[in-house]
Write a protein that binds this ligand. Structure first.
Ligand SMILES: NC(=O)C1=CN([C@@H]2O[C@H](COP(=O)(O)OP(=O)(O)OC[C@H]3O[C@@H](n4cnc5c(N)ncnc54)[C@H](OP(=O)(O)O)[C@@H]3O)[C@@H](O)[C@H]2O)C=CC1
Ligand SMILES: O=C(O)[C@@H]1CCC=N1
Length: 260
């Protein structure tokens, strides 16, 4: 299988790094198109892939990943639609671009898979929401999920939840990084070095996330295990609630979805 990407920015490079690193597709069978030549050259050097400034070249691949902003989809599809065959799997990752939009831009039915990846893909720990359209066979959907497995895990969801997934997993690394940064600021206030503060805080978040995934216990139960009766952790919980911690998170997620 040959894979092409249109757009070779942060997400495309993260995805390609995982797919190549896991040996799922060799670099020689990958071609990335972008307008930004220095970025393409850097990707060619670091990943060993073919690069081009001609989107049509990348669109001739069997699987075509569209890793550009939502607002460019219409014009890019206009540019490539004649070289995209009925067997091509068109892999999207842009907020708000629906199957109906894609069909409308192409003016015909095509095989499409909508995804919402996230940047932890850069370290092979991404989670990607995925939904194939009716033209994609089960075998093809399985293959795309295998490729996604190169940079993390895949979660199949219905198309109606795709936009709601953005604040849940697509954008939420930003929230997680802000949380780690805020914790580290608190640690620095107490006298820790930045380096040690980031290690302590990031490892704590990583370990806590693993507990949720590996114990299967409710996060509230895990939180309760930290809160010694009459102890000091429950004071921390109370203070966070007083400042609207959960509400701030949910409000942020709501506005993110509304912006799509
Ligand atoms: N970053 C993230 O965490 C996530 C991003 N996404 C989605 O993935 C997509 C890509 O995002 P991301 O990688 O962060 O963005 P980047 O800006 O890092 O990469 C996009 C690349 O596409 C190039 N580009 C723009 N227009 C064209 C065009 N007409 N033809 C070819 N290349 C073009 C850009 O060039 P130039 O800079 O010159 O415009 C840029 O190099 C977006 O739809 C985003 O919403 C989804 C989930 C997570
Ligand atoms: O901010 C954005 O538009 C993209 C979508 C999900 C993460 N980043």
């Amino acid at each position: 299988m040959k894979l092409g990407t249109i757009g070779c920015g942060n997400m495309a490079k993260a995805i390609l790094g995982g797919i190549i690193g896991k040996g799922l597709i060799c670099p020689e069978d990958i071609i990335a198109a972008d307008l930004y030549v220095p970025g393409l050259e850097a990707a060619r050097k670091s990943l060993g892939i073919n690069v081009t400034t001609d989107n049509k070249e990348a669109a001739k691949a069997d699987v075509v990943v569209i890793a550009i902003k939502s607002e460019y989809y219409k014009s890019v599809i206009e540019e490539i639609k004649d070289v995209v065959s009925e067997d091509t799997i068109f892999w999207t990752m842009a907020p708000g671009i629906t199957f109906a939009d894609i069909e409308n831009f192409f003016g015909r039915k095509i095989k499409a898979v909508r995804t919402m990846p996230n940047t932890p893909a850069m370290v092979g720990a991404g989670v990607t929401a995925v939904t194939p359209n009716e033209q994609v066979t089960e075998e093809e959907a399985k293959y795309i999920c295998e490729l996604i497995g190169g940079f993390g895990t895949a979660e199949k969801i219905p198309e109606c939840l795709m936009d709601a997934t953005i604040p849940v997993s697509g954008s939420s690394p930003a929230m997680a990084f802000m949380f780690i940064e805020a914790m580290a600021d608190g640690a620095v206030r107490e006298g820790f070095s930045r380096e040690q503060a980031y290690r302590l805080c990031a490892q704590t978040v990583l370990g806590s996330a693993r507990m949720v995934l590996e114990t299967g216990k409710h996060p509230g139960e895990l939180k309760d295990m930290v809160c010694t009766p009459g102890g000091i952790t429950i004071e921390l919980v109370k203070k966070l609630e007083q400042f609207g911690f959960r509400n701030a998170v949910m409000e942020g997620m709501e506005v993110c979805t509304k912006c799509i």
